[in-house]
Design a protein around this ligand. Structure first.
Ligand code: PMP
Length: 482
């Protein structure tokens, strides 16, 4: 039985604006009838105004969609919230349900929507390319793939200049692991416990959380101690954790490895920033053992962390292979692997072909994403707004015992909820409950972590300070009601 944290009696209010239930409906500029707020409850703060009204929705009802989903879609897919949300429109950092009610999107389709929902430049690029040529395969020339590859390569350091396009992060990591094995001639790969790298044959092996691993053959991957600064045995001492990689190589392999793969900030794993000093030490160990270093930038790439464009840059290392997806396309299904010409060359030994990889529509969209990030200074915004948001979330920790840890960088932030700060008992049930309550007040956040007790805050990078304030005020309010 899990213990529910006792309610807090007093709610100290940052902004003394009191809204009654009736005025809550105006938060969305659209009427909505269902909220869990009681008549006499008071709520402070207001969702920032936003000058956009989506067109009326005339599609099937939420119940009808749910019924079809249950009947025709995989029983394995799940949904957030007791009453699942039917989203029909999106604009920048906001989403709208079938009734036109507005929500602040602080999850960004799982760290994917970086420029903002339906950003006009990205939409235009996709539509214009689609009108001319949607698909041809790389067997023919087209400028879209070449232009995007050139632009992407310019964002990477050193010799990382050759781009392979894929359709997803899983595919990108599968390809990266293949490249490492072919280039080195070795088979063993080291990944980190609590990591997520995909769900195909090889990447499921690299993924190291039992809830994402089916009981099928997954060979050649060793899972190293996670340099987890919150729960890990060595705290923030990166080099101490790195010693485990040396031991794995010595005792668990032939002494040489194909490579090492890690996220700089584990996303699915609960926004865990690797302990400082870990990656430089491990990269050196791996290279001594003949291996290549793979940076999985599927979540931490594309300016999300604010301080840098890529997560690995925050650790002062340069990988041999970088994989990316999610933010690369702002929601377009596209992924990529970037490596050096020498490593890329190994694929010429056979045919490597991907029907949709580098599709004109996706790469035209991808180039537009990169341009928007630069034009709208989204990295700088992620840094400024993210730092502000982290500071405000950290101040909530002083008020709510349930908050065990606040972490992350830029607009990749995590709030870990625990029932007991000493024991760090995961507050899983409470996390789901609070998420539901926040949704009722118009704020969508994600959750993750091995125990499902970490709020994941990865909004579109156009998120504003006022949005951050609203998010924190709502979180504060629902925690105070527990
Ligand atoms: N790597 C990381 C770090 C991820 O978070 C994910 C997806 N959550 C993947 C790889 C796999 O990406 P996809 O779902 O696009 O296959």
């Amino acid at each position: 039985m899990q213990r529910i944290i006792k309610p807090k009696a007093v709610l100290s209010r940052r902004k003394p604006i009191i809204l009654c239930r009736q005025s809550l409906s105006t938060l969305s500029q659209q009427s909505h009838s269902s909220t869990s707020i009681q008549e006499n409850d008071a709520f402070v703060s207001q969702m920032p105004p936003f000058d956009y009204t989506p067109p009326p929705y005339s599609g099937p009802s939420t119940e009808e969609i749910l019924r079809k989903r249950q009947q025709y879609l995989s029983p394995a897919i799940c949904h957030f919230y007791k009453k699942p949300l039917n989203l029909v429109d999106g604009k920048m950092q906001y989403l709208f349900d079938e009734k036109g009610r507005r929500y602040l999107d602080a999850f960004g389709g799982i760290a994917t929507v970086c420029c903002g929902h339906c950003h006009p430049d990205v939409v235009d690029a996709i539509v214009n390319q689609t009108k001319r040529l949607q698909h041809s395969t790389v067997l023919y020339l087209n400028h879209a793939i070449a232009d995007f590859a050139e632009a992407l390569a310019s964002k990477l350091p050193g010799d990382l200049k050759v781009v392979f396009f894929t359709n997803s992060g899983t595919e990108a990591n599968e390809l990266a692991m293949l490249l490492a094995r072919l280039y080195t001639g070795y088979h063993d790969i080291i990944s980190l416990r609590n990591s997520y790298h995909g769900n195909a044959a090889g990447t499921m092996g690299a993924t190291a959380q039992s809830n994402y691993k089916f009981n099928v053959m997954q060979t050649g991957v060793h899972h190293a101690l996670n340099p987890d600064q919150y729960r890990g045995i060595f705290g923030s001492d990166g080099p101490k954790y790195a010693k485990d990689v040396e031991d794995l190589i010595t005792y668990g392999t032939c002494g040489c490895v194909a490579g090492f793969i890690a996220e700089a900030i584990q996303g699915v794993g609960g926004i865990l920033e690797l302990a400082p000093g870990y990656l430089p030490a491990v990269y050196s160990t791996i290279r001594k053992a003949g291996g290549l270093c793979i940076a999985d930038e599927v979540q931490s790439g594309f300016a999300r962390i604010g301080s840098h464009f890529w997560g690995f840059e925050g650790h002062g290392v340069v990988p041999d292979i970088v994989t990316m997806a999610k933010g690369i396309g702002n929601g377009i299904p596209i992924g990529a692997v970037v490596t050096t010409p020498e490593i890329a060359n190994v694929l010429t030994r056979r045919n490597y072909f991907n029907t949709f990889g580098g599709n004109p529509m996706c790469t035209a969209g991808g180039l537009a994403v990169l341009r928007v990030i630069e034009k709208e200074k989204l990295q700088q915004n992620a840094f400024t707004v993210g730092s502000y948001l982290k500071e405000r979330l950290t101040s909530l920790k002083g008020k709510h015992e349930i908050i065990g840890d606040v972490r992350g960088r830029g607009l990749m932030l995590g709030v870990e909820l625990v029932q007991d700060r000493e024991l760090k008992t995961p507050a899983k049930v409470e996390t789901a409950h609070l998420m539901d309550e926040m949704k009722e007040l118009g704020v969508l956040i994600g959750k993750g972590g091995f125990f499902g007790n970490v709020f994941r805050i990865t909004p579109p990078l156009c998120f504003k300070k006022e949005d951050a304030d609203y998010l924190v005020d709502v979180m504060d309010f629902v925690m105070s009601k527990m």
